[in-house]
Design a protein. Sequence first.
Length: 182
Amino acid sequence: MEIIWKGNSSFEVKGKNASVAVDSGEIGVLESGKSFTWPGEYEVKGVPISTITAWTKSKSKEETEGAKGDETLIIDFVVDGIRCCHLGKLGHILPSDVVNKIGDVDVLMIEFGAGTNLDNKKAIEIIESIEPRSVLAMGKNANAVAFKEIGAEGVVPQNKFVIKSQSELPEDKRVYVLLSND
């Protein structure tokens, strides 16, 4: 499987038997003509997909009297036996029932840092609660500085993230991946 960053929060995940295009709030299985922009559970061309509603803002004091921001989708899908989770434009800490529903994650796609809905502290807390085996930064501010600010040093941009099998990912540490869309 290979993951290619298309810019902002858009990725193409190419598997042996199916390819997926995923972006904030939408997932499509390429060559099937099907895409999903609402919560639910689906399976297309052997790709199981689960989408969960989340919000672009946290539940602060101001929000208890008003809106929780815009809806976004947390998108969980499996390609070639590798579970990926795209957090969309998430802006809040995940409750334990959502973390449990997401389950084990091999590749977490998350946007954080300056100019995003997640500050570094919330991003770290979310990453620690999900415990993914690898983390891909997304968004227009995805860079090595953002990773350094959350404690990941020496992250070098690469053109694509290639995973031959789930066993290739480490069990005892986390891989931080910065993709370039050049």
